[in-house]
Design a protein around this ligand. Sequence first.
Ligand SMILES: [Zn+2]
Length: 285
Amino acid sequence: MKKAVKIILWVFLGIVIMLGILFAGFVYKVKNGFPVSYETEVPKIAFPANQPAILLFSKTSGFRHSSSIEASKKVVADMGKKNNWFVYETEDGGVFNAKQLAKFKTVIFNNSNGEVINDLQKRTLEQYVENGGSLIGIHGAGDNSHHWPWYVENLLGSEFSHHSLKIPHETAGIITDKQSDSLLTTGISKKWSRADEWYVFFENPRKKEFQILYTIDGEKIDPTANIPILAPNKNFGMGKDHPVAWHKRVGKGKTFYTSMGHDETAWKDTNFVKLIENAVFWTIK
Ligand SMILES: [Zn+2]
């Protein structure tokens, strides 16, 4: 074999191996999050009197939904101004201490994923919710990178399975469920559709005693999308009845989750924004 051909083959092999390593690293990050340091110092927060405090927590160690997280900050800050809420946006896990958490009416896991708080901080958040606090999760907050049984049981109801890899994202009509709580759907159009990255869970949270708020018709999207290995099991326990927003009472507290919110388009969608606003109202009332 000519020397030049050999060099080309070796370079090609090198590129293939490098791409393989990069892909394996990406898959690992998505499923587990890369290790991060935990903050344990208590941050200084000036809580104003007479304003409900909302914690918008945007720390990630898994796949970072940057465009959604960045767009959310201004929208939620404006929502706070409009409603006289104190919105505290942070990526500092030190805030998960009993004394400060007790001052927040609601904690929002804003596409927060991976293992971003330590075991003690997780237990503190669990107790905060069970004693009357609230936890809201948006989109990536529902993926399978948290490795936290309490969180899956009380916020999600089921482990995340996968999402479509189709780009552009599929558009689906958002169906108001007959179980819906009117406080949570007020001001939201009955004719609402959006393109999002539709998450598929192994089981339907409806079967786990969660109140379903919105669904999509799971038969009108391709839940396996272009992941051929999933094709034989196309519905994965969700099927036609495919919830995309649900909530639960946990002890004296409340949880709310929506699988919508992959990118910045969500924060320009007045119905999605209203849903998040309603969720906060529901949790602080
Ligand atoms: Zn996403």
